[in-house]
Design a protein around this ligand. Sequence first.
Ligand SMILES: [Zn+2]
Length: 143
Amino acid sequence: MSKVNPVEDAFLHYTDELLVLMPDMPDVYLEKRKDAGDDGRHYAYCVVEGSEIIIAYAPDMPDLPVPQINGLILHEIGHAIEFAYSRDHVEMLLDVRLSDDPEERADQIVEYVFGETIQYELPDYIQCVGVDCEGGARPEGLR
Ligand SMILES: [Zn+2]
């Protein structure tokens, strides 16, 4: 018997949607890794290892509220899309100019591809999507 993991749930939901929106997007893999967390606002990262695009998430990420899990996963998928296609190609595909800040770019890509606005929920500025977020725009310089 396996317990439902809300991080896997969110990942499967949005990568399924992505496959419809961008059918030639390469596979993205989800992995639980201790080094993805820092007991602060970081719960996940996206990295290219060899030919694989991996989204790593912290062991305590499944304990977060679902709107934050969704926001975190979408933000990382934004990075994954840029890693898969390169910034120039994403700009061409979407016919937009993207920010020079890679963190802002990840959120912009999500906005254009999924139509979801990523907010930064107080007090820790964790990514969040949906009407239940109590947040706002990404603070300048946030890492
Ligand atoms: Zn990021």
